[in-house]
Ligand binder design. Structure first.
Ligand SMILES: Nc1nc2c(ncn2[C@@H]2O[C@H](COP(=O)(O)OP(=O)(O)OP(=O)(O)O)[C@@H](O)[C@H]2O)c(=O)[nH]1
Ligand SMILES: [Mg+2]
Length: 450
């Protein structure tokens, strides 16, 4: 019934059993009601059919088999019973744990990181995204390559025509099949090549992002499926792909957002975050996340209808910290306010995060208020200045682009006149650099609805 080579155009619906370990005090972190609900979402996103689940409580992970030998024996029977093809663990496993569990369960075993990498591999559309995913997969898998060899051989042999014999399917997309034939040195070469190519893309991306410094830039960040793309569309009239699936967006899109009164900002969509986002993936996706890293302001979009909103917020905040964005001003945007239920986390968040703003990207509720809040943030940080300078004064221009935004540029009588938004503290520097300040609003104007 199963072929050993996966057809690239078909997503094989493998039968998956999910396994979670509940450690003391860590019970139900991530998911208050169902500790495996997110893993289920991930497995489904990868194209698998979830046919069963096993949860084990232990004081600490067992070094050899993670959930303990006795439990693995039970798992082996359970998996047989359910005719499952693959077992997915809700955490990272060491290569030796994977080998050991596979030996006992006689099925392909994946950990959470491999599953996430696999979804990314199936979603990557552009050249850059493909390179990024391939690098992350190679880096995660290369140290396990030996395990990979024996494991694929063993599984292919051991299965003997049963469903367990399938090689391919989830966890083997992208460079997986290729690795069977090649040796570690070739992988290393490929990793080096990919890194070079990605570094080039990174540099190009950085130039692009820097070139936008005339504008105030805003990054949409948030957990996957929170509604970032929907919000981008609602605010800017764009038509980004929106889908009720995890990681619908892998490439950043930037659109102009009209804030009223002639003001505009650039709004960028980003890849969704997830709890324990694999480190390699964060590193590989730096170019994509560059928009967020260099934004003047972040909108942290939350699915407030979810009962996991609080833990998703924490997960996103930790990825932002990893990217070095802790200092970037952020507005917490509680989205999907149109579909909250009794179990939604919003009730808790309303008291804990009073700075947050409630919106519905779907019904447009709260979007005017969001825009006002953004305008207010911009005006709090920046004053409006009109400055006159020599058109050849490159130093002043460079300084201004780095520290503020140029809103308008005119050339009356061979001079250059700039309308700027600049942090108040930077204004004296304009004079030092040879500019003549014509107009300078001392105090930020109160925000008005645009
Ligand atoms: N009820 C409701 N659903 C929404 C709202 N905003 C977005 N959605 C739905 O949530 C799902 C995910 O929306 P996306 O905009 O694709 O989410 P995203 O954050 O871009 O997701 P990724 O790109 O996968 O990280 C879609 O089914 C949207 O229709 C909202 O305000 N209310
Ligand atoms: Mg999206």
């Amino acid at each position: 019934m199963q072929d050993t080579q996966r057809q690239s155009e078909s997503v094989h619906a493998e039968r998956a059993v999910l396994v979670g370990l509940l450690l003391p005090g860590r019970e139900y972190t991530g998911t208050r009601y169902d500790p495996l609900s997110e893993l289920k979402g991930l497995a489904t996103a990868a194209g698998a059919e979830v046919v069963g689940r096993v949860i084990q409580k232990r004081n600490r992970p067992a070094p050899g088999t993670y959930i303990g030998r006795g439990k693995v024996a039970e798992l082996a029977e359970y998996v047989e019973d359910k005719s499952a093809d693959v077992v997915v663990f809700d955490n990272e496993l060491t290569p030796s744990q994977i080998r050991e569990i596979e030996k006992l369960v006689r099925r392909k075993v994946l950990d959470r990181t491999e599953l996430i990498l696999d979804i990314f591999a199936s979603r990557a559309q552009t050249h850059a995204a493909r390179l990024q995913v391939e690098l992350a997969q190679l880096e995660y898998t290369a140290p396990r390559l030996r395990g990979m060899w024996t494991h694929l051989e063993r599984i292919a042999g051991a299965g003997g025509g049963t469903t367990a014999g399938a090689v391919g399917g989830i966890g083997t997309r992208g460079p997986g099949e290729r690795q069977i034939e090649i040796d570690r040195r070739i992988v290393q070469k490929r990793v080096t090549l990919l890194k070079e190519q990605l570094a080039k893309i990174d540099r190009r991306k950085l130039r692009e992002v820097r070139a936008r410094s005339d504008y105030f830039t805003i990054g949409l960040v948030g957990y996957t499926n929170a509604g970032k793309s929907t919000l981008l569309n609602a605010l800017t009239g764009a038509e980004e792909m929106v889908a009720d699936k995890l990681f619908a967006t892998l490439d950043t899109k930037t659109r102009r957002w009209n804030l009223g009164e002639g003001r505009a900002a650039l709004l960028s969509d980003t890849v969704g975050f997830v709890r324990d986002l694999p480190h390699n993936l964060v590193a590989s996706f730096r170019a994509t996340l560059e928009e967020a890293i260099h934004s003047n302001l972040l909108l942290h979009v939350v699915d407030a209808a979810s009962h996991n909103a609080s833990s998703q917020i924490r997960a996103v905040e930790s990825v932002l910290a990893e990217l070095g964005c802790q200092e970037t001003p952020t507005i917490l945007v509680l989205n999907k306010i149109d579909s909250i239920t009794d179990s939604s986390d919003i009730h808790l968040l309303r008291t804990r995060r009073q700075d947050a703003i409630e919106v519905s990207a779907r019904t447009a509720r709260g979007l005017d208020e969001l825009r006002e809040r953004v305008v207010q943030r911009i005006e709090e940080r920046y004053v409006r200045v009109i400055v006159d300078a020599d058109p050849a004064n490159g130093k002043l221009l460079a300084y201004v682009s780095q520290h503020g935004q140029i809103c308008a540029r005119e050339y009356p009588d061979g001079r250059m006149r700039l309308e700027l938004r600049l942090p108040p503290a930077e204004v004296p520097r304009l004079v030092d650099l040879g500019g003549r300040v014509i107009e300078h609003a001392q105090r930020p104007r109160p925000a008005r609805a645009g």
